[in-house]
Design a protein around this ligand. Structure first.
Ligand code: HEM
Length: 228
C-alpha cells in the first residue's frame, strides 16, 4: 500500500479526520438546503415559473444533472450519518460512567442532535416517496402534468403538513447547532469569531425554517394555489 493511501486511512480512522468528514458532508447538505429552498420558493411565483424550474432540473445536462446531484447528495447523507455514528460510539466508549454534567450544560439543540438527525432521515425518506417517487397515484398523475399542482395537492392533507412542520422544526434545531460546529471543526472559531458564528448559524437556521414552513402553511391555512 502506498504512503499516500495509508495517510488517507489514518485520516479516516482518526477522530479529527472523522470530524472533518462530518463537517464537509454537513456543509454540502447545508448548501443543498439553501438551493432547494430558493427553487421551492418559486411556488409563490406561480405555476408557470415553478413548472419551468422543475423542467430545467430534469433536463439539465440531458437529464444527467439531476442524477449527478442525487448521487452526490446520497453519498454526503450516508457518509455524514455513518461517521457521526462512529464518532458517537467512540465518544461514549471514552466517557467515564458518571460524567453526565457536560450533557446537562450543553444547549438543547446539541443534546438532541441524534434525535433530530434520525427524524430528518425518516422525513427525507417520506419526502422522496411523496414528491420524487410519488407513491400516491393521484400525486403521480398530477406531477406528470404540473409539479406545482402536485405540491399544492400534496399539502392539502393536515397530517402530512404536521409531519413536515415537526421535521422542519427539528431540521432547523439540527442546523442551528450543526452550522456552528462546521466552523469549529474547520478551525475557524476563535474568541473573536465565536459571537458572529453563533449569530450566523442561528440566522441561517431561522431563514431555512421560515422559508420551508411558509410553503405548506400558505397552502393549508391560507388556501394558496387552491383557487386554480
Ligand atoms: C416544504 C418544503 C419543501 C417542498 C415544497 C419540497 C419540494 C420538493 C419537490 C417538489 C421535490 C421533487 C423534485 C423532483 O424530483 O422533481 C423534492 C425533492 C427532494 N427534497 Fe424537497 N421540498 C421541501 C422540503 C425539503 C427539506 C426540508 C429537505 C431536506 C431535509 C428536502 C430534501 C429533498 C430531497 C433530498 C429531494 C430529492 C431530490 C431528488 O432526487 O429529486 N426537501 N422536494
Amino acid at each position: 500500500m502506498s504512503a499516500s493511501s495509508c495517510s488517507l486511512c489514518a485520516f479516516v480512522k482518526s477522530s479529527i479526520g472523522r470530524k472533518i468528514i462530518v463537517a464537509l458532508t454537513g456543509l454540502a447538505l447545508v448548501l443543498f438546503l439553501a438551493g432547494h429552498l430558493s427553487g421551492n420558493l418559486l411556488i409563490f411565483a406561480g405555476q408557470e415559473a415553478f413548472d419551468e424550474y422543475a423542467e430545467f432540473l430534469h433536463t439539465f445536462l440531458h437529464g444527467m444533472g439531476v442524477w449527478i446531484a442525487r448521487i452526490g447528495l446520497l453519498v454526503c447523507f450516508v457518509v455524514h450519518i455513518w461517521f457521526t455514528i462512529l464518532l458517537t460510539k467512540a465518544n461514549k466508549a471514552a466517557r467515564p460512567k458518571y460524567a453526565h454534567e457536560a450533557t446537562v450544560q450543553a444547549p438543547k439543540s446539541s443534546r438532541i442532535m441524534i434525535w433530530s438527525g434520525l427524524t430528518i432521515l425518516a422525513f427525507v425518506i417520506f419526502h422522496i416517496l411523496h414528491f420524487t417517487v410519488r407513491t400516491d397515484s393521484e400525486l403521480a398523475t398530477l406531477g406528470e402534468e404540473s409539479p406545482w399542482k402536485m405540491v399544492i395537492l400534496g399539502f392539502q392533507n393536515p397530517l402530512v403538513v404536521l409531519f413536515y412542520l415537526i421535521a422542519i422544526t427539528l431540521l432547523c434545531s439540527h442546523l442551528s447547532h450543526g452550522v456552528a460546529s462546521i466552523f469549529q471543526t474547520l478551525g475557524l472559531r476563535s474568541k473573536k469569531t465565536a459571537g458572529p458564528i453563533k449569530f450566523i448559524s442561528k440566522a441561517y437556521a431561522l431563514v431555512i425554517y421560515l422559508g420551508f414552513i411558509s410553503i405548506p402553511l400558505a397552502i393549508l391555512l391560507f388556501g394558496f394555489g387552491c383557487e386554480k
